[in-house]
Ligand binder design. Structure first.
Ligand code: FMN
Length: 241
């Protein structure tokens, strides 16, 4: 082969290897299986950073609440809840919740009935852009309730947050112990949701009793994604417990 072509071939191969190497650094294990930004995407209102309630008051008032007002939360309130769960708070990509190795295994979904500004459907929260991407249309709350040992808050709430994880993002670095970190992170995210909910007169409860496989089917979760916590969210019933 002509030496000139051999040299340019080597340069092209090296350049491609370099590009592939850089791409590898930026993509998380399992990331390729997260829903793509294709279907309907809904930009959430910017989160607010002030509240009438102190953190101490919110901690004191936090309770698991299983009955919700009929009037649904606004899109801004749902957006605020999602931001509390996984919102990005730093230009380096750090979030409202800590994450072992900053590997961020959690993926948050919303199963909604008709809300103001949000048609019934299943949505995936994408923290980078603070948007919801619709992955399915229609009201799936009754199916979700059935998959959660028929717990009525899941079907009654206007919207339900499902905190899921792609464990391999964490276990690839920490091995078996990474699983523990993933569960801990779901705890951090859910407590943030509780506290944020109190600050907005919303109500929620963590639900751990459900059939993983059925939830995976309803949400059409990628095979590497597992549901960890279900959190129905609604407005507090005035004077209710
Ligand atoms: C890991 C875990 C799983 C839970 N699962 C459920 C559940 O499936 N259904 C439910 O109604 N509450 C569930 N809860 C909520 C507890 O019942 C609740 O936190 C407890 O009664 C204490 O009440 P409080 O949260 O108001 O302080 C769960 C809580 C935790 C921490």
């Amino acid at each position: 082969m002509d030496r000139k072509y051999l040299c340019s071939g080597i340069i092209v191969t090296l350049a491609l290897a370099l590009v592939a190497g850089c791409a590898g650094v930026n993509s998380l294990p399992g990331e390729e299986n997260t829903p793509a930004l294709t279907g309907d995407s809904i930009r959430l209102p910017e989160p607010r950073f002030e509240s009438d309630l102190s953190v101490e008051e919110a901690l004191r008032e936090r309770r698991s609440v299983r009955v919700y007002a009929e009037v649904p939360p606004t899109l801004a309130e749902i957006g605020q809840i999602l931001w509390a769960a996984q919102g990005i708070t730093d230009e380096r990509g750090y979030r409202t919740t800590p994450s072992a190795g900053a590997l961020y295994p959690l993926e948050v979904y919303v199963v909604a009935g008709d809300l103001m500004g949000l048609p019934a459907g299943i949505y995936h929260y994408q923290p980078g852009e603070h948007i919801l991407v619709r992955t399915a249309g229609g009201d799936h709350r009754a199916a979700l309730q059935a998959a959660a040992v028929n717990q009525t808050p899941v079907g009654d709430a206007p919207a339900t947050i499902v905190i899921c994880a792609v464990p391999e993002r964490t276990t690839v670095k920490y091995g078996e112990r990474g699983m523990r970190y993933v569960y801990m992170e779901a705890g951090h995210a859910s407590e943030n949701v509780y506290i944020q909910a109190v600050a907005m007169d919303l109500a929620t409860v963590v639900i751990g009793a459900f059939d993983d496989a059925r939830i995976g089917e309803i949400l059409n979760l990628p095979g590497n994604t597992t549901p960890l916590y279900i959190m129905p969210v609604g407005k507090q019933v005035p004077g209710g417990g």
